[in-house]
Design a protein around this ligand. Structure first.
Ligand SMILES: Nc1ncnc2c1ncn2[C@@H]1O[C@H](COP(=O)(O)OP(=O)(O)OP(=O)(O)O)[C@@H](O)[C@H]1O
Ligand SMILES: [Mg+2]
Length: 345
């Protein structure tokens, strides 16, 4: 079903990504593949479909569960969870590792104390067979453990030729800075990686997607409503799917669906402001209201605050919002977030 709100796993449910899937198939032998794209663009779906199609056994580590200052216990829990869900494929391999315990259908790693395993060793074990290890939302690996993680990945890059790593990330700037492609201090500096960016659908394809989804669901809808939905949600598959699913289930009020989407985006923006400070809210609101240059944004914030904002502070705010893939060149990447930002207090 095209309008199923969960990440897709089969190509027939994934609309308009044949080219991207082909590119992944053609590059499956790269040691590292990086897939970026803004939120709801379909990274997890493309990853799932690809891994389902390829004959190489794979494991997906969902790093969204990782908290900000995670420790190795948390990281190994995520890895264990990933392998637990693919036990059928990896049971022999896992059983051969003394630091791994399998209790029922659950994998556990001994990650500290005597005979503990570390990441490099784990990768060396995995390298006994061809394997794809995918890190979904890999920018979450940033933090106090990042150096050790990067060292292990660099080690695997050099020695474990049977492993392909896939990193996906919605916050592209954060992901690139974690990987340190341009940072000579990073263990991965200068290494080759295959990069794939998922773009939004062009307008005609968005319309085609909605039409096809409604046809599949057996629901009639006027082309005017379809076009208005595409005006509101642009070509972002996650929002289009959200709209389609709600409509099919009986919510025939586009304004209401828009408000629901904006509410979701608003909550995310509020979280950013809560974590990073009120000025972020102000900057977001300013850009949403049209402050689309350095000078305009600076004036907007200074007027609202009644004081001077230093260049370095404003620079950081803009840079961080770009790294989070919320804005680029003072413009929102997603129109729903722009509408949400107007509502920030
Ligand atoms: N090409 C597509 N065809 C059909 N549905 C899609 C497509 N791409 C994404 N979707 C739908 O859009 C929503 C978001 O997709 P998905 O979770 O794969 O995106 P994502 O980029 O991983 O999002 P997030 O940034 O939130 O992790 C899901 O409901 C998914 O089913
Ligand atoms: Mg995802």
């Amino acid at each position: 079903m095209l309008f199923d709100p969960r990440p897709k796993t089969r190509r027939e449910d994934l609309f308009g990504r044949d080219k991207e899937l082909d590119l992944l198939h053609n590059n499956v032998d790269s040691p590292i593949i990086v897939v970026t794209g803004i939120r709801r663009i379909g990274k997890t779906s493309v990853l799932n479909v690809f891994l389902n199609e390829v004959s190489i056994p794979s494991v997906v580590l969902d790093l969204r569960e990782l908290k900000t200052n995670f420790g190795f216990r948390d990281l190994y829990n995520v890895i264990a969870k990933g392998f637990s869900s693919r036990l059928d494929k990896f049971i022999d391999l896992l059983k051969s590792i003394s630091a791994v315990k399998i209790v029922g259908a659950e994998v556990e790693f001994r990650w500290r104390g005597r005979n503990a395993i570390n990441l490099s060793t784990l990768f060396d074990y995995m390298n006994r067979r061809r394997i794809i290890i995918a890190f979904d939302e890999a920018q979450r690996l940033r933090g106090p453990r990042s150096q050790e993680i990067l060292n292990a990945i660099a080690h695997a890059y050099d020695y474990d030729k049977n492993i392909t790593f896939i990193f996906t990330g919605s916050e592209a700037g954060l992901l690139y800075s974690f990987l340190g492609l341009e940072n000579p201090q990073s263990p991965l500096y200068g290494r080759y990686m295959y990069m794939l960016t998922l773009e939004r659908f062009p307008r005609d394809l968005s319309i085609e997607f909605l039409k096809k989804g409604f046809r599949e669901a057996g629901v009639n809808i006027s082309i005017d409503v379809v076009e208005s939905a595409v005006d509101a949600f642009d070509g972002i598959p996650g929002w289009l799917t959200f709209f389609g699913n709600e409509y099919v289930r009986g919510l025939r009020d586009l304004d209401k669906t828009k408000r629901m989407a904006i509410e979701v985006a608003l909550e995310e923006l509020r979280n950013i402001a809560r974590e990073r400070g009120k000025r972020y809210a102000l900057a977001l609101k300013g850009m949403a209201e049209g402050a689309d240059s350095w000078g305009k944004l600076k004036r907007y914030i200074e007027e609202k605050e009644g004081g001077v904002v230093s260049t370095s502070i404003l620079y950081n705010i803009v840079k961080n919002l770009e790294d989070l893939s919320i804005i680029k060149d003072y413009r929102f990447l997603d129109p729903v977030y722009r509408e949400a930002a107007k509502m920030l207090a």
